[in-house]
Design a protein around this ligand. Structure first.
Ligand code: CA
Length: 223
């Protein structure tokens, strides 16, 4: 899942980016309201973490512009301001939640998950293929009822493969989507990650789900 962080304090932005990435999200950061708005309107995000006090266009104006453009991406306001009228203003403008700084990262994460969970059908909560089940909100994976212990990156890789099952995904596409990076030549990192993932997802089961398509990439398919 992709999250946009709009925050002008570099330290907070870096901290949020690191924390969300470690929790298995792909995160983009904008340090100004206008940049944030541009990204929000041109890129697909599952959620936006939006600071209120920004140097150019404040968070309220950004949110108003996003909603005016007809976008219903969930927005979580992050702000040092904590007066009731301001909180109400944010919610009236269509924010989905409101968190006051300073905050604990664990609370932010819990609120992000809760907002994503109640999103009106934008994302299914769980993906099921054969006996494999992925809980996209809690980042839990089971196969045949048995819990699989995946790292956040492995979870991201598996959910990409499952979401686009039956479609051959190139190494370059996987690298971009899961690592949010462009690997010019060395896509070996993808092969290594897929090998590790297979060990956990497929090795103990007779039905293999992750298939290699020679010269092309990988596909998730029940064989
Ligand atoms: Ca700020």
């Amino acid at each position: 899942m992709r999250i946009l962080i709009v925050e002008d304090e570099r330290k907070t932005a870096t901290y949020l980016h690191k924390g969300l990435s470690e929790s298995g999200f792909v995160a983009d950061t904008a340090n100004q309201g206008n940049d944030g708005l541009h990204l929000a309107l041109t890129q697909p995000y599952d959620l936006i973490v939006l600071d209120v006090m920004l140097p150019d266009r404040d968070g309220w104006a950004v949110l108003a512009a996003i909603r005016r453009a007809g976008q219903q991406t969930p927005v979580l306001f992050l702000t040092a301001r904590d007066t009731l009228p301001e909180r109400v203003r944010g919610l009236e403008l269509g924010a989905d939640d409101y968190l006051v700084k300073p905050f604990a990262f664990s609370e932010l994460l819990a609120r992000i998950r809760s907002v994503l969970r109640r999103g009106p059908g934008r994302q299914p909560e769980t993906l099921r293929v054969a006996d494999l089940e992925l809980d996209l909100i809690r980042h839990k994976t089971t196969r045949g009822g048995r819990r699989l212990d995946l790292t956040p990156k492995e979870f991201g890789l598996l959910s990409l493969l499952v979401r686009r099952k039956g479609e051959v995904l190139s190494r370059t596409l996987i690298a971009e989507q899961v690592w949010d990076m462009h690997f010019d030549s060395d896509t070996n990192v993808v092969d290594v990650a897929v090998r590790r993932l297979r060990r956990k997802v497929d090795d103990a089961f007779p039905r293999k789900l992750i298939q290699t398509v020679r010269g092309m990439g990988y596909v998730f398919e029940e064989c």
